[in-house]
Ligand binder design. Structure first.
Ligand code: SF4
Ligand code: SF4
Length: 316
């Protein structure tokens, strides 16, 4: 059993945060439909029967390659494997599984041409649903091989933190905006996991020079409407997988904007790692190099007195 470490953050308390900004006001039909479908059609498929006979692999590497190949064939854009440590488990939670199979799926740059916007909000939920299908299918595959496992859906309610696991699994580096930047997918992707005790070989974190790049680039900080992205790294927040102090977003400044303006996404869309050749859509869509920004005056920051992660109070 792996228990959360004393430094593990709490899960994000969505209802409390929304209460702090006066309730949920964003209403987008397609977003609500995806949320409904995840709840009604995906949650019931998180568990299932485990085949009574275990399939044995010649090595843990062979088993990992098999699972990764399956994930890619189900539509994953990236898959990596990490060993779960106490700091990867949310405070107050515990898991019985040793390994996390972390799966990423790209969002379409063409849906982030204007932000904040209903289209980008719908695209986030489309990928939550689509990635949800992939993690459910991988879990079914593992159970068919005779091993128990647990689905950690991208939408939340997880026991484990997807981001540190993905960093350990070699997905990329933490950007100044607090999201992972993948060397080929950029920041526009989402994460989900399946955790299991099936013996797997793990991947290694990477240093692709992204963290160093962020130290000089400040595009996300400059364009963040809520001024929630820091100028400096925060030593109080601990180290990332490369040993750097982390950049930590002022959640109390970000959330009132995020929660009232189509889930924002400005920092992801302006990130210069979208402006590479590989970030263009290759299916005949003409995309811009830089998105149109439709920014509103930010609401006042909030700082609800709830169990929450630490964040710096910027420009308050
Ligand atoms: S989501 Fe929007 S408000 Fe929040 S940090 Fe990113 S750009 Fe700023
Ligand atoms: S916009 Fe620049 S500073 Fe911000 S995360 Fe992207 S690369 Fe890093």
């Amino acid at each position: 059993m792996i228990f959360a470490s004393e430094y593990s953050p709490t899960t994000f308390r969505w209802d409390d945060w929304y209460q702090a900004i006066g309730g949920r006001t964003i209403s987008i039909k397609d977003v609500d439909r995806y949320l409904h479908d995840i709840r009604e059609f995906q949650y019931p498929r998180f568990s299932g029967e485990i085949h009574p006979t275990k399939t044995l692999f010649s090595s843990s590497k062979h088993a990992s390659d098999y699972i990764k190949q399956k994930a890619l064939s189900f539509g994953a854009d990236e898959v990596g494997i990490a060993e779960i440590e106490p700091s990867d488990v949310y405070r107050g939670h515990s898991v019985q599984e040793k390994y996390a199979i972390v799966i990423g799926q790209k969002m379409l740059w063409r849906e982030f041409q204007e932000v904040p916007n209903e289209q980008s909000a719908i695209e986030c939920l489309r990928i939550y649903f689509s990635l949800g299908e992939i993690v459910i299918r991988i879990a079914q595959e593992i159970r068919n091989l005779g091993y128990p496992c647990t689905v950690e859906h991208p939408i939340g309610d997880s026991d484990v933190l997807h981001i540190p696991l993905a960093l350990k699994a070699g997905f990329g580096e933490l950007g100044r905006h607090g999201s992972i930047i993948h060397p080929k997918m950029g920041p526009l992707f989402r994460l989900g996991s399946v955790i299991t005790n099936m013996e797997l070989s793990i991947d290694s974190p990477i240093d692709a020079g992204i963290a160093k790049f962020c130290d000089n680039c400040k595009a996300c900080r400059i364009f963040c409407p809520a001024k929630a992205i820091p100028d400096q790294r925060s030593p109080e927040a601990g180290k990332d997988h490369l040993g750097n102090d982390r950049y930590i977003i002022d959640t109390g400044a970000c959330f009132p904007y995020f929660g009232t303006d189509n889930y924002c996404s400005v920092c992801l869309a302006v990130c210069v790692y979208n402006h590479k050749d590989w970030a263009k859509d290759f299916e005949g869509f003409q995309t811009k190099l830089f998105p149109n920004l439709q920014l509103k005056t930010p609401p006042n920051p909030v700082d609800p007195e709830i169990d929450k992660h630490w964040y710096p109070l910027l420009h308050r």
